[in-house]
Design a protein around this ligand. Structure first.
Ligand code: FES
Length: 117
């Protein structure tokens, strides 16, 4: 059965910040995207790398021919082993939209960021 684990005050977790936490032996990355907080297991679905230790950035988005527009700033996590890029809004890898990070339920309760693990 999963339990709610209180992590840290939400007021101390600003937009754009992320933290790596350990809950019941599971390494989990918690990300404040500004409009929501998401959390994922620190295991890449490709070959098991500690994906949450990867770089946070953006990616090119659809634009006119000959133009390169950068978007999704701070919402794309790049796996440190082979460079797969994951959309932190959905957990899905950018190149196929099917493979995804294992999400963890996150909530804010009584002003504390909490995970259900
Ligand atoms: S282990 Fe993450 S891209 Fe290969």
């Amino acid at each position: 059965m999963t339990e709610l684990t209180r992590l840290f005050p939400a007021a101390d977790f600003q937009a754009g910040e992320w933290r790596l936490v350990d809950v019941k032996g599971h390494s989990i990355g918690v990300y404040n995207l500004g409009d929501r907080i998401v959390a994922y297991r620190n295991v890449c679905p490709h070959q098991g790398a500690p994906v949450c230790l990867g770089r946070l950035g953006g990616t090119t988005v659809a634009s006119k021919v000959g133009q390169y527009e950068w978007g999704h700033r701070g919402r794309v996590l790049v796996c440190p082993w082979h460079g797969w890029e994951f959309n932190l809004e959905t957990g899905r890898v950018l190149f196929d939209g099917k493979t995804r990070l294992a999400s963890v339920h996150v909530d804010v309760a009584d002003g504390m960021v909490c995970l259900r693990v």
